[in-house]
Design a protein around this ligand. Sequence first.
Ligand SMILES: N[C@@H](CCC(=O)N[C@@H](CS)C(=O)NCC(=O)O)C(=O)O
Length: 209
Amino acid sequence: MTPILHIGNKRLSTWSLRPWLALKKANIAFQENIIPLDQEDTRDTLLALSPAATVPVLETAGRNIWDSLAICEWAAEQVPSLWPEDPALRATARSITASMHSGFSALRNELGMDLKREKAAKDMSVACWRDIETIQALWAHVKTGEGDFLFGDWSIADAFFTPVATRFDTYQVPLSTDAAAYVETLLSDPVYKDWHTAALEETWDAPFH
Ligand SMILES: N[C@@H](CCC(=O)N[C@@H](CS)C(=O)NCC(=O)O)C(=O)O
């Protein structure tokens, strides 16, 4: 069975974007099924896939895998180059990925990803500014200096920060020169650009976003 990646609207679903990028970068064949968020039947549709009632979900022959990071790890078991080869770098890549997966709630709440939103600055709380500062410090801390991505070649860590890059761009967040260059790298990546183009073509409304 070709795996099916169930995702939310490309315009809005940050968590869906991450494993979608990883599967594409790994050249793993999959079908894609979009479940529009914020619709009357969204929750029932999601509950039919997993009790977590969230996207993304990867439907495989054996079982459904919910959660963006679990799906990325499933992909990395088949294509290990989705993580850096060097064990120390791999541990660091997993650390920064986990920081994104479990943290930065102020940024996530205040600067929602909306790829159709007009670019403009927005008032932000101190907690949100602190998240922005921390993310830039983490990028500077881990960046190897080889290649444009965090660990040289593209890795799952870059997938986890691509939605952050869209937020920094949409809300015109002032960034250090190095952070701005990294954001540009993520947003000009051809695989990400395919997602972005499709997002702009979507017509669903999003009343709760
Ligand atoms: N920790 C989960 C979070 C997934 C999540 O919150 N997904 C959102 C969409 S981006 C969702 O499905 N929300 C349910 C809804 O909007 O009904 C993951 O990493 O996959």
